[in-house]
Design a protein around this ligand. Structure first.
Ligand SMILES: C[S@@+](CC[C@H](N)C(=O)[O-])C[C@H]1O[C@@H](n2cnc3c(N)ncnc32)[C@H](O)[C@@H]1O
Length: 384
C-alpha cells in the first residue's frame, strides 16, 4: 500500500483471477483488506494452475475473503476463528455479486469432515493456532493434496517451518516477494506421531477449584492475564446483578467467577472468536454442570442482544486485532454495553492505565468511578 493510493484503489484487489472489491470489517478506508502474501499466493496459484476442475479447496485464516473471492468458482470451504472475518467475507461476497452460500464457512471450531485436494493457509498470528490447524488438517489430506501457506516474511520463522516439517512433512519456502513468502508442504503419511497439545488448561490461581480450558487461539492461554485477575479481585457482587454479561469473554473466566459470586444471576458470554466461546462454554459447564442458566454467543460485540436487558456488563477490552492495534473495538464495546444495560445497570472494565478509558466512559455514561488501581491497571465502573 502506498501513501498516494486513493480510497478506491485501496478496495480494489487486482489479481490474475480477476478484480474484486474488498473491504475490512469493520471498514477502515485507510487500510487494505488484503496483503502482499495474498497477492503472491494468488499469482502462484495462477501460474501453477491450482486448483483445477472439481478440486475441493479449503482456506484457513483468509482475513476478509481475498482468497475466497478469487477462488469463488471452486466453492471453497473457508475456516476462520474470527466472526468479524467471516462477516467481512459475507459482505465482500455480496459486494462482488456472489451469493453468500458460494463459500461455506464454519459455525464451530470444527474442521470439515471430507478430504480436500488443495489447502491454502494464511499463516496465523500464533504458533499455537498453526499447530492446532496442522494437526486437524492431517485427517483431511490425501497423497496428492496441495498444501500452500502464505504470510508476511516477518511472521514466518524457523519455528513456523519446523511445525510444517514435523506435523505435515517435507517443506520448502520461496524467496520473498514484497516482503511475503510462500511455504509449500507435502504430506508424509508415515509421519503420524504426536497430537495437538491444544486445548490446554491451567488451574485458576484465585480459586483452585476451577480448571480453565483454553483452545489454541485464545488470549492468555497458559495463565490468568494480570488484568483479568485484577478484575476478578474487584468483582461486582450484589442482588441487583441478575443478568450479567461477559463481553469479549475469552475463556469466560470473568463470567465464571461472577456467576460463583452472584449465585442467582444468569450469564451471557459473547466473543467474536469461535475458540473463545467454545472454551467459555466448556469451562462454565465443567464448573456448574447444567444447574446454571447461561447463554453463549459468537458475534460482534453485543449485536443481537436486546436493548435494556442486562444489569451488569464485565469487560477486559481487546487492544490487538490480528496484527494491528487500536482502541476502536473497546469504544464499540462500551457503546454496546450502554445500549444493552437497563437504567441503573453497570459496566465494569479493566484496562491498562495509559489507555485513557476513564475519559471515554465519562463521555458515554456521564459518570465513571475508579474502583481500584495498581501499577499497571485500573478498574472502572460506569452506571447507566
Ligand atoms: C483482552 S481479551 C479478554 C478475554 C477475557 N475476558 C479475559 O479477561 O481473560 C478480549 C477478548 O475480546 C474478544 N473480541 C475482540 N473483538 C471482539 C468483538 N468485536 N466482539 C466480541 N468480542 C471481541 C477477543 O476475541 C478476546 O477474547
Amino acid at each position: 500500500m502506498t501513501a498516494t493510493q486513493s480510497d478506491e484503489q485501496r478496495i480494489m484487489l487486482a489479481v490474475p483471477q480477476g478484480e474484486f472489491v474488498l473491504r475490512r470489517n469493520p471498514h477502515d478506508p485507510s487500510l487494505q483488506a488484503w496483503d502482499a502474501a495474498d497477492e503472491f499466493l494468488l499469482k502462484h496459484l495462477d501460474e501453477a494452475k491450482i486448483p483445477q476442475g472439481k478440486d475441493r479447496v479449503l482456506l484457513l485464516n483468509d482475513a476478509y475473503g481475498a482468497l475466497a473471492l478469487a477462488l469463488a468458482n471452486y466453492s471453497p470451504y473457508s475456516w476462520s476463528d474470527s466472526y468479524l472475518a467471516q462477516q467481512g467475507l459475507r459482505d465482500n461476497l455480496l459486494a462482488n455479486a456472489y451469493p453468500v452460500e458460494q463459500v461455506t464457512t464454519n459455525a464451530t471450531i470444527d474442521f470439515p469432515s471430507v478430504p480436500v485436494d488443495c489447502v491454502l493457509i494464511k499463516i496465523p498470528k500464533t504458533l499455537a493456532m498453526l499447530e492446532y490447524q496442522l494437526y486437524a488438517l492431517r485427517k483431511l489430506l490425501h497423497h496428492d493434496t496441495r498444501i500452500i501457506a502464505a504470510g508476511m516474511a516477518r511472521h514466518i520463522h524457523s519455528s513456523t517451518l519446523e511445525l510444517f516439517e514435523t506435523i505435515i512433512g517435507p517443506t520448502t519456502t520461496t524467496r520473498a516477494v514484497k516482503k511475503s513468502r510462500l511455504v509449500l508442504a507435502q504430506r508424509d503419511h508415515s509421519l503420524n506421531e504426536g497430537q495437538s497439545q491444544y486445548p490446554e488448561s491451567f488451574e485458576l490461581e484465585v480459586d483452585r477449584s476451577y480448571r480453565i480450558v483454553n483452545h489454541a487461539g485464545l488470549f492468555s492461554r497458559d495463565r490468568l492475564d494480570a488484568g483479568s485477575r485484577f478484575l476478578l479481585e474487584n468483582m461486582a457482587v450484589g442482588e441487583q446483578y441478575q443478568r450479567i454479561v461477559d463481553l469479549g469473554c475469552g475463556n469466560g473466566v470473568l463470567g465464571l467467577i461472577a456467576a460463583a459470586m452472584n449465585p442467582a444471576a444468569t450469564l451471557l458470554f459473547c466473543d467474536e472468536s469461535h475458540m473463545a466461546v467454545a472454551s467459555a462454554t466448556e469451562n462454565f459447564i465443567a464448573a456448574f454442570k447444567s444447574s446454571r442458566g447461561a447463554e453463549f454467543r459468537v458475534g460482534d460485540g453485543l449485536q443481537g442482544v436486546d436493548d435494556e436487558s442486562r444489569d451488569l456488563v464485565l469487560c477486559n477490552p481487546p487492544f490487538h486485532l490480528q496484527h494491528s492495534i487500536g482502541d476502536a473495538i473497546a469504544w464499540q464495546m462500551f457503546k454496546d454495553a450502554r445500549r444493552a444495560l437497563v437504567s441503573g445497570g453497570e459496566l465494569r472494565i479493566v484496562g491498562n492505565r495509559h489507555l485513557g478509558y476513564h475519559a471515554k466512559l465519562k463521555k458515554l455514561f456521564g459518570n465513571c468511578a475508579t474502583v481500584a488501581t495498581n501499577k499497571k491497571f485500573v478498574i472502572l465502573n460506569a452506571i447507566k
